[in-house]
Design a protein around this ligand. Sequence first.
Ligand SMILES: *Cc1c(COP(=O)(O)O)cnc(C)c1O
Length: 384
Amino acid sequence: MGEKTLKFNSKTIHGGQQPDKAYGAVMPPIYQTSTYAQTTPGGHKGYEYSRSANPTRTALENSLASIENGTYGLAFASGLAAIDAVIKLLGPGDEVVSTNDLYGGSYRLFKQIFEKYGIKFNFVGMQDTDTIEAAITGNTKLIWVETPTNPMMNIIDIKAVAAVAKKHNVLLAVDNTFATPYLQTPLDLGADIVMHSATKYLGGHSDVVAGALVVKNKELADQLYFIQNASGAVCGPMDSFLILRGIKTLHVRMQRHCENGEAVARYLENHPKIEKVYWPGFESHPNHEVAKSQMNGYGGMISFVTKGSSYEEAIKIVERLKLFTLAESLGGVESLAGHPASMTHASIPKEEREKSGVVDALIRLSVGIEDKDDLIADLEQAIG
Ligand SMILES: *Cc1c(COP(=O)(O)O)cnc(C)c1O
């Protein structure tokens, strides 16, 4: 059966994969090697040096391309290394229009590294395409979207932003870390580049840091491959193996993340001590219709604010949680809780942070795949 005809749940397991040519190993071996024997200068089997290419990484890159409905996958040492490669497509004087409510590390990379090299970043709310158009100038080369946004769970209409990008002839990149291709495939909606922190749901077990890019266009793939090889932040063979193994169960994990996420969101929504719950599955969510049309579910990421919204109360709740581990990161099988203002988003100035709703009392949950009754009981004892 042709690769293209496979459904998503089969692609996670078989997409871009063939049994190993040497011994038929079903799982691609971990080629823990830096170099490859040549019979004569240039006489090799497609691999010369592992920064340029490594067979375990190739297996992962093929899988990534397959699950995101792309053509070319590139695996990096971290999500930020993948973003770094995308911004290196640009030069001094170029401008980027980016989501204002985005991963703190992406903001730090844009502002504190790339602005030094003369690239300008414009952070705007992206629920309304007019705001995006107003921020585009003759120098804009890239639109950077994260949806659902982190940690406010706003949903950005990828198809609508893609239309704006096409009209102005700029590239559209989507950070698909939160949704994963189980929930949405941005390339199908008109994006040029999909990016992942594979550290999160793709790896899924909180045991590896890695990143990914997927594109359809050959020229763009060649440029990104050139940067990946020239800058060198590649995904190592062991890490590639772990992400590949994670991807094989992505669909079953995501199904459970969605179920548990919904149960926890509805529990919090009905809790008398909770002021506001941010989860795109609520009909009252301002972008619910967009979420419904572009996503196959609502995921396991939820943010909430308690009544009275004090910093101290938020800290007490996250400290009292037992089954939810207080930790950075997300997307693993175990449930995590975080306090964005002091953790993931601490590198964004308070003023900037609060403009997009990241108040001191905000708590973010990455709902794992434990039994949902146990998760709710833990929240019950922590919130009181
Ligand atoms: C974690 C994360 C990143 C950064 O990825 P790393 O693997 O930590 O470098 C980027 N975007 C989002 C949405 C993330 O959650």
